[in-house]
Design a protein around this ligand. Structure first.
Ligand SMILES: *[C@@H]1O[C@H](CO)[C@@H](O)[C@H](O)[C@H]1NC(C)=O
Ligand SMILES: *[C@@H]1O[C@H](CO)[C@@H](O)[C@H](O)[C@H]1NC(C)=O
Ligand SMILES: *[C@@H]1O[C@H](CO)[C@@H](O)[C@H](O)[C@H]1NC(C)=O
Ligand SMILES: [Zn+2]
Length: 309
């Protein structure tokens, strides 16, 4: 295949060019995101890169439909693996096609099927998220990666600018463990070493990983945040964070990379916004109320346009 036989298990095709560089120099090279653009065939120096520092005041409020989350319920026997850069969670091999989680709405054209999720975190809680809000980091960021089903497969979707839809969820730390994250966190001790893989014994509910409010979010066109940084991602960054405990986050910090070092600060720094527009869906300003039958849809949408939605 075009992807040198990389499977969807390989985190964002990193292993596709793994063979180009020896393992130890690879780790050093990877640790310096400024060098990523130098790799031949890399898009990391492009002008629609991710993550970005979102300045809420310069976003454009837009009336975007709500998301619909399908099959976002209980998944048994998910696979968790340490790929040297993050903990990545993938669907069990035998999951029937009609049970694969997918999303529609949210201003996306068509349906986007879940392929994997993973996190980015800091060495301590002063940093860790990839996206920033008003130049501020959160301690971690969860990415739910989906591919456009009209392209048939994840690999084929990565060849198109509307190929992927990634949902970004900020994690902040609170005093209590978050029960929803327990299935993801509890077995991290089984994947401490690079390439370790395990089957989760607890059922994962994606619905429970979403923030309380999914009706307000930022939207922009961007890229993968690891090489080759392909500019194929429709980004959704929810502005409502979710809370996990410091103790739960620490379990991620105890993972190790290929060199046996603590796997921390696995976030890419903010990239230039260039001439991109970041849209914002507001949960309060831009709803077309169902309880106002008198207001026709076209009148309502003109009204929303008038108030800047
Ligand atoms: C949405 O997807 C359909 C089906 O692939 C395509 O025909 C159409 O052009 C797309 N619309 C936009 C606005 O991209
Ligand atoms: C736990 O996480 C879920 C989703 O990630 C979130 O909706 C919920 O508010 C969190 N619980 C607490 C107590 O913060
Ligand atoms: C993303 O790019 C597509 C195609 O160029 C464009 O139609 C769309 O409006 C862009 N979306 C955002 C949020 O800028
Ligand atoms: Zn990510």
């Amino acid at each position: 295949t075009k992807n040198n036989g990389c499977s969807y298990k390989d985190y964002q095709f990193l292993k596709c060019f793994f063979f180009l560089i020896t393992a130890s120099s690879w780790s050093k090279w990877y640790a310096n995101p400024n060098s990523w653009a130098d790799l031949s065939g890399s898009s990391c120096g492009g002008n629609q890169q991710s993550p970005i520092d979102i300045q809420p005041r310069s976003t454009v409020t837009k009336a975007i439909p709500k998301f619909a989350f399908h099959n976002y319920g209980n998944i048994d026997k998910m696979i968790m693996m340490n790929n040297g850069h993050t903990a990545v969670y993938i669907l069990p091999g035998g999951l029937p096609k009609n049970r694969v989680p997918y999303i529609t709405g949210g201003g996306l054209n068509g349906s986007y099927a879940f392929i994997q999720c993973h996190l980015h975190w800091g060495g301590d809680s002063t940093k860790g998220s990839e996206h920033l809000i008003k130049s501020k980091s959160y301690p971690a960021e969860l990415h739910l990666v989906h591919y456009n089903t009209k392209y048939g497969s994840f690999a084929d979707a990565t060849m198109h600018s509307d190929g992927l839809a990634v949902l970004g969820i900020f994690l902040q730390t609170g005093s209590d463990d978050n029960e929803s994250f327990k299935p993801l966190v509890d077995q991290l001790g089984e994947v401490v070493t690079d390439h370790d893989e395990t089957t989760l014994t607890n059922i994962v509910s994606f619905k429970d990983l979403l923030p309380k409010q999914t009706t307000s979010f930022y939207r922009y066109n961007g890229s993968l945040t690891t090489p080759n940084c392909q500019q194929i991602v429709i980004w959704t960054v929810f502005d409502t964070p979710v809370e996990i405990s410091e103790r739960q986050l620490k379990k991620y910090r105890q993972l190790e990379n290929a060199e046996g070092e603590h796997l921390v600060n696995n976030f890419r720094p903010a990239q230039k916004e260039n001439d991109r527009v970041v849209f914002y869906r507001s949960s309060t300003r831009c709803e077309i109320s169902q309880s106002l039958p008198i207001m026709s849809y076209s009148f309502a949408s003109q009204f929303l346009a008038f108030i800047g939605c």
